[in-house]
Design a binder for this molecule. Structure first.
Ligand code: NAP
Length: 319
């Protein structure tokens, strides 16, 4: 009988990998490390891509805690892995564990994609570049032309997105976070990207604003794109992080939450006639960029999109 793939593998499985995965066809060659990881949609998306391109490899969830993560990562070359994705809470630790990291990963202070290159682990970060592609696809806009407000700039996703906006030399960047000190710390890291010989106008190109309605309301008059990066909207009954009255029809709203089609923030945007999109496209494009890193070819976006939209019980073969 062909053995069944497990929904989630753990560190003990990795230690006895040959035994655990004996006879699995196609073999496990890719995965995502996280803690927790059971709800990751990456296996649906990557499995669909592998099937679409006829690649004989399987992508699985790998549940490993922080204490075991370094050992798990170092095992990959000897276990025949092509690469892995890294998610919460290991992205920062991974940067210190890989043999080399690309510019994005170093600037973000985090790795979300590892390529196994012989015995070496090559790290990269595709979150920020994935966002650039998502904004282009959803709104036909380029970050570099936009005045951007990041709501939740102190978290992991908020930081990656803010760094990407700075690297793209966006017209203006406003950082907002519930714990203001984290946004202040990020602003000092990003300040070098915004130094210029030009005389700046009355509005600072890089600014931290407190999360209070009056301050946000004033600031939003000089903003084109609002990117929301807190978990608000993931759970039923969550409030919108911004009230309808703070939004205007000229705003473009990107909500990185993808658990529901229309988050409370997107509902508020729609109510005032502003354009909006949820985080599924960022998830898709950061995954497509990981795929390109592993296989050196374009990712099958349509198949991956369909994989993402399927429920976990409808996983395609090969996952
Ligand atoms: P994280 O590192 O834990 O950061 C959470 C952020 O949200 C922090 O800035 C935190 O503020 C803020 N926050 C949490 N609860 C809040 C509340 N009740 N009110 C206001 N602010 C609150 O998490 P993360 O990895 O950045 O992920 C955050 C969200 O981004 C996820 O839930 C997910 O929906 C989304 N995401 C999407 C993608 C994608 O591909 N679309 C990728 C990654 C993440 P403090 O600093 O004050 O605690």
């Amino acid at each position: 009988m062909n053995p069944q793939t497990k929904a989630v593998y753990d560190i003990e499985d990795l230690r006895r990998w040959n035994e655990t995965t004996a006879g699995l066809e196609p073999p496990v060659r890719l995965g995502v490390f996280g803690d927790p990881v059971a709800h990751s949609r990456s296996p649906q998306m990557m499995g669909a891509a592998l099937v679409a391109l006829g690649i004989s490899a399987r992508y699985v969830r790998l549940h490993v805690g922080p204490a075991d993560f370094p050992e798990a990562l170092r095992m990959l070359p000897s276990l025949g892995f092509i690469g892995v994705n890294i998610t919460i809470p290991h992205k920062q630790a991974a940067l210190g564990l890989v043999d080399s990291a690309d510019d994005h990963a170093r600037a973000m202070g985090a790795v979300n994609t590892v390529l196994v290159d012989g015995g070496a682990l090559r790290g990269s970060s595709t979150d920020g570049p994935g966002l650039v592609r998502a904004i282009r696809e959803e709104f036909r806009l380029d970050l570099r032309d936009l005045r951007v407000l990041v709501l939740g700039a102190g978290g992991g996703a908020g930081r990656s997105i803010s760094v990407q906006c700075a690297m793209e030399h966006c017209a203006r960047l406003v950082l907002v976070n519930r714990s203001r000190d984290k946004a202040e710390a990020l602003a000092s890291d990003l300040a070098p990207y915004f130094r210029s010989e030009r005389l700046e106008g009355p509005v600072d190109r890089l600014r931290v604003v407190p999360w209070d309605f009056a301050a946000l309301h004033r600031e939003l008059a000089d903003i084109d794109l609002i990117i929301h990066t807190t978990p608000l909207g993931m759970n039923r009954g969550d409030p919108s992080p911004l009230p309808e009255s703070a939004l205007s029809p000229f705003h473009v709203v990107y909500d990185t939450v993808y658990a529901v089609e229309q988050t409370p923030l997107l509902a508020a945007a729609a109510a005032v006639g502003a354009r909006g999109a949820n985080g599924l496209s960022m998830l898709l494009h950061q995954g497509a960029l990981s795929f390109e890193r592993w296989f050196g070819r374009s990712a099958p976006l349509d198949a991956m999109r369909a994989g993402l939209r399927s429920t976990s019980s409808e996983r395609p073969p090969g996952v």
